[in-house]
Every structure is written in structure tokens, then in C-alpha cells.
Write a protein that binds this ligand. Structure first.
Ligand code: UT7
Length: 328
């Protein structure tokens, strides 16, 4: 038995930060940001709004769209690198906020690949036959770990998330295949150095700005171009597919130039590549499920269409997933 995506949802906070706003905050230009990344604006949470709030909005939409009661949800998986708390998972907070009294769940930390990792976990649990209604959500409040005086990082990231309901498929459609990787030797190139058990929060860590994202952009860029392209091409090859067989490619939205390189390597025409980085920036675990919900909303997926997902991120982590679209 396969697992299928039956419903999708997304949430973007109201507040918008444009490139022109950033020009007033750091030494940057709209032209630099657009030409180097493809980003024009990004959304940021409001005062007091956290990752669990965004995930709860997404979870409530999934309940509303599916017509299911919260009690029917048996699993909640949340991919995030920006949980509300160090201890108490975001999944636990969401379970309580929606009243999913029969669910269990936990958070998955795999940076920008988090949603694909969570989909792999969720789909395997549904395929086991033990779980019938699994919520898989990817969301990040990147603004909580970004230094808005550092032009190397603050122009790239945004807040937001999306999610899906996974159910047992009634036919051969659903999640077909996946390839996932982790390589911790890349951990130093993209990280938040303090706040964990190695460097607990202290006056010193705060003064040294160690609670913000540190990124060696050039190294991450090279890694991403190679590995997102490779892992996308490999999943096509091992399923005897080419770019012509793919209806839609939803890549992690980190940089337009990285997406273009991956699409080219797979022989995918521009119109098959879903792009929304211009509107949201990099929302980390949120990019793929946000794009997926927008694709569904604009009727870009019909039954049996083949969808390719691909992501890379801190860790390093990277992976791809092949899905044959199902009816609800
Ligand atoms: O989801 C995973 C998360 N991370 C990524 O995917 C990031 C991958 N990396 C990237 O997307 C790119 O490396 C960046 C967008 C981060 C940077 O683009 P780049 O083309 O690699 O620029 P660069 O780092 O080589 O910097 C070129 C110049 C530098 O100035 P000098 O040394 O040539 O004088 C930077 O200081 O651009 C400067 N620069 C900026 N200038 C204006 C760096 N950031 C900015 C900025 N505005 N915001």
C-alpha cells in the first residue's frame, strides 16, 4: 500500500519585508538581491507569533479542507529548525491547539530538507497500515534566528510554512520513491552555533551573536548546485523517467540560480519548474509545502501526474522524492 497526499495547506504571516525595506536596514540593493537570489520580498511573523502558531493555522486548514475531526488525526510530524521551545516539540503544541486527542507526533530537524525527510517518515508510517491520517508540516520562523544587521543572511530568509494530510492510497498512485542523504561534515558551513548543549545561552554567546544563523554562502551554494541536481537526476534515472515525464518540479526555494542549475541537469523545461522564491524568500522547511499548496490551488496537478520534489540544506542534508498525484 502507498501513502498519498490528500490535502494541502499553507500559511504566510501578514507582515511583508521588501528588498527596498532591507535597503534601509543594511548595505544592500534591490538589484543585488534580485540578481543574486531571485528574491523580491519575504513575510515575517508578527509580535508574539511563533512556529507553532503558523503550524496550527496550517493544521486547521487541513482539517477544514478534509472535513475530518481533529480526533481522527493519528500522527503529527513537524519539520522545523525553529521550534517554539528547546524542550516540548512543536508537534505537541499543535496537537494541543487543534485538539487532536488521538495523535502522537514529534519534530524533525533537517533544515531545508526537513519537509522531504518528514514526508519520508510520514509516508512509511502510513504505508505500515497503522496510521490513517498523518499531518506532515514544514514551517520555520527564520526571523527568530536572523541578524538583521548581517547582509549575508538577512536578505535571504523569510517565515512561513505549509503542510499536507497523508492517507492510505486506494490505488497505485502516491509517494513512489525517495532518495535522502545527510553529511555532517558540512555542519560548520550553515549553522546556529549557540543555544544547544555545546554552547548554552550565556551573556558571552549573546554578545558574540552566536544565536543567529551563520552561513558560508559560497560553500553552501556549490554544495547545493551539485547535490540537488544529482539527487534529482538519480531518482529519475532509477525510475526510468526523463524530464519529459515530469509534470511539475518543486525544488527547495533557496536561490533562483540553484533551482535553474538543477532543472537544467534534469532536462526540465522552465514551465515545469515551480518558482515562488521571489515572493517568500527561503522559508527553510516551509518552501516545498508552500509551493505544493500553491500548485494544487492553481490546478497544476491532475491525477497520475508525476511530481518531483528536491531539497538541500544545513547538515548538510539533501534529498528528492517522486510522487504520482492521486485523487482526493
Ligand atoms: O537553504 C539553504 C540556505 N542557504 C543557501 O541556499 C545559500 C546558498 N548561497 C547563496 O545563495 C549565495 O552564495 C548568496 C546569495 C548567499 C551570496 O551570493 P554570491 O553570489 O555567492 O555572493 P558572494 O557571497 O560571493 O558575495 C559577493 C559580494 C561580496 O562582496 P565582495 O567581497 O565581492 O566585495 C559580498 O560581501 O557581494 C557582497 N554581498 C552583498 N552585497 C549586497 C553579500 N551579501 C550582500 C548583500 N547586498 N545582501
Amino acid at each position: 500500500m502507498k501513502a498519498k497526499i490528500s490535502y494541502t495547506a499553507r500559511y504566510l504571516p501578514e507582515r511583508v519585508l521588501s528588498n527596498f525595506d532591507l535597503e534601509k536596514m543594511v548595505d544592500t540593493t534591490d538589484e543585488w538581491i534580485r540578481s543574486r537570489t531571485g528574491i523580491e520580498k519575504r513575510h515575517l511573523v508578527g509580535e508574539g507569533e511563533a512556529t507553532s502558531d503558523m503550524c496550527t493555522m496550517i493544521a486547521k486548514q487541513l482539517l477544514e479542507k478534509s472535513g475530518k475531526a481533529a480526533e481522527e488525526i493519528d500522527l503529527i510530524l513537524i519539520a522545523t529548525s525553529t521550534p517554539d521551545y528547546m524542550v516540548v516539540s512543536t508537534a505537541a503544541l499543535v496537537q494541543d491547539k487543534i485538539g487532536a486527542t488521538n495523535a502522537w507526533g514529534y519534530d524533525i530537524v533537517a533544515a531545508c530538507t526537513g519537509f522531504v525527510y518528514a514526508m519520508e517518515t510520514g509516508s512509511k508510517l502510513v504505508e505500515s497500515g497503522q496510521y490513517k491520517n498523518a499531518m506532515v508540516i514544514g514551517a520555520d520562523t527564520m526571523s527568530s534566528i536572523i541578524d538583521y544587521t548581517d547582509r549575508n543572511t538577512c536578505v535571504i530568509f523569510g517565515d512561513g510554512g505549509g503542510g499536507v494530510l497523508l492517507e492510505p492510497s486506494k490505488d497505485e498512485t502516491g509517494i513512489l520513491d525517495s532518495i535522502l542523504h545527510v553529511d555532517g561534515s558540512g555542519s560548520k558551513y550553515l549553522t546556529v552555533p549557540a543555544g544547544g548543549s555545546l554552547h548554552p545561552a550565556s551573556k558571552d554567546t549573546v554578545e558574540k551573536k552566536m544565536h543567529y544563523v551563520y552561513q558560508d554562502g559560497k560553500t553552501v551554494f556549490k554544495f547545493a548546485v551539485k547535490n540537488m541536481a544529482d539527487v534529482s537526476k538519480r531518482i529519475l534515472d532509477r525510475n526510468q523517467l526523463t524530464g519529459d515525464d515530469i509534470k511539475l518540479f518543486i525544488p527547495h526555494q533557496a536561490n533562483q540560480r540553484i533551482i535553474d542549475a538543477a532543472a537544467k541537469r534534469c532536462g526540465l523545461a522552465d514551465e515545469k519548474v515551480f518558482i515562488n522564491i521571489n515572493r517568500y524568500g527561503n522559508t527553510t522547511a516551509g518552501t516545498i509545502p508552500i509551493a505544493l499548496d500553491e500548485a494544487v490551488e492553481s490546478n497544476r496537478l491532475k491525477k497520475d501526474d508525476i511530481l518531483l520534489l528536491a531539497a538541500f540544506g544545513g547538515g548538510f542534508t539533501w534529498g528528492s522524492m517522486l510522487i504520482q498525484w492521486s485523487n482526493k
